[in-house]
Ligand binder design. Structure first.
Ligand SMILES: *Cc1c(COP(=O)(O)O)cnc(C)c1O
Length: 373
């Protein structure tokens, strides 16, 4: 059977979806470029990994692999509830927060529904709505590479079914301040589901003016969910755990109907619980990354023709002023994996994650050489 015959069988929404751009693996780069030392600066992973408590928690799991995990993530939801002040019944756990994004789209979107998000955005904020046949409106950035608050307020007032708002943004790094968030909330009608994706919350908390959106949303007569993840600051990207803090238990119950029942496996639940119990480890890594982000930004600011978007995250979005593909190739040849943006209009941008001090220095040195050549 050929591809077009198979495509004709699929739901019409599916064949046009872009594949998720997950980038090259370390092994692929090693094999293709013959470099031994790889710096992974493409996926916003945590260079310090997870708390040592995670390894201990995982060590005893071999005897449990024959049983199903807790379908309700009871212990993890309780622990998250205690620290966030959200009732456990209003918390959903996902196989990564992207799993929750998919549940939200499956539970709430029908063909023709309108979804609002940003361009450039986290890919799945656009792909999952389109998978359900929704129309996605993509708002442009300001020339200063920030959110256009007026445009957001206007578009929210038109009442999309879902607004997907990453604060701070991935890939740009910019954020809505508390005052701006107040304006957005005031503009949002009660029939719009507000999804606030705070994948970089633990980093952004250190940025001046970053809103306590949970406090702002509490008690509002509108549906909302705040998404956070163990993949970034908590160092558990490989085990896939994210969580959602929702306005109502009823919202979580709807998500429960569409999620796969055992979506978070034993290892993921045990590791997340252990990591959550060692907040100090996470905070040390975050503080170091925030410090090193400043060091790298200062270093890069000395390169001519480079523009750096303001960032409240563990990455920088760089306008290198020329097509990113050849620069990316030259970086890969030196074992440096970053994310060249491919969307039309952003082919001059690369996103680089903040690594260790040595990795950042290697990147800055390599980029300086490539841009000067
Ligand atoms: C990394 C990221 C996620 C995905 O997190 P997982 O929990 O690993 O699925 C979600 N949203 C944004 C904006 C991200 O950058």
């Amino acid at each position: 059977m050929n591809a077009s015959a198979i495509h004709a069988l699929a739901r019409p929404e599916v064949p046009p979806l872009p594949p998720y751009n997950a980038g090259l693996s370390s092994e692929a780069v090693r094999a293709r470029y013959g470099v031994s030392e790889i710096a992974r600066l493409a996926s916003n992973e945590n260079p310090y990994g997870a708390s040592p408590a995670v390894a201990s928690a995982l060590a005893g799991l071999a005897t449990r692999v024959g049983t199903y995990p807790d379908a309700n993530c009871t212990a993890l939801r309780a622990a998250i509830g205690v620290r966030t002040g959200v009732a456990a019944e209003a918390i959903v756990i996902g196989n990564g927060s992207e799993d929750i994004l998919q549940m939200l789209c499956q539970a709430f979107l029908s063909a023709g529904d309108r979804v609002l998000t940003q361009r450039p955005a986290f890919g799945l904020h656009e792909i999952y709505p389109r998978m359900m046949g929704a129309q996605v409106e993509l708002l442009a950035l300001t020339p200063e590479l920030g959110f256009d608050v007026d445009a957001w307020c206007e578009a929210l007032a038109r009442g999309p079914k879902i607004a997907m708002l990453a604060n701070p943004s991935n890939p740009v790094g910019c954020m809505f301040t508390a005052a701006e968030m107040e304006r957005l909330l005031a503009a949002t009608p009660a029939h719009t589901l507000l999804v606030v994706d705070e994948a970089y919350y633990e980093y952004a908390r250190h940025a001046e003016g970053y809103p306590d959106v949970l406090a702002m949303l509490r008690g509002r007569a509108m549906p909302w969910i705040v998404l956070r993840t163990f993949s970034k600051a908590w160092g558990l990207a490989g085990l896939r755990v994210g969580y959602g803090l929702a306005s109502d238990a009823a919202l979580v119950q709807l998500l429960d109907r569409v999620r796969t029942p055992f979506n978070v496996n034993h290892a993921a639940q045990a590791a997340a619980l252990a990591a959550w119990g060692d907040e100090a480890f996470m905070q040390r890594g975050v503080a170091e990354t925030v410090r090193l982000r400043g060091v790298l930004a200062e270093r890069l600011a000395m390169l001519p023709g480079l523009r750096i978007a303001p960032s409240a995250t563990n990455f920088l979005f760089l306008d290198i002023g020329r097509p990113n593909a050849p620069v990316n190739e030259a970086l890969l040849a030196q074992g440096l994996i970053v994310k060249p943006w491919k969307e039309p209009g952003f082919e001059h941008f690369i996103r680089v994650s903040i690594g260790t001090e040595a990795e950042n220095e290697r990147f800055a040195h390599a980029l300086a050489g490539i841009l000067a050549a």
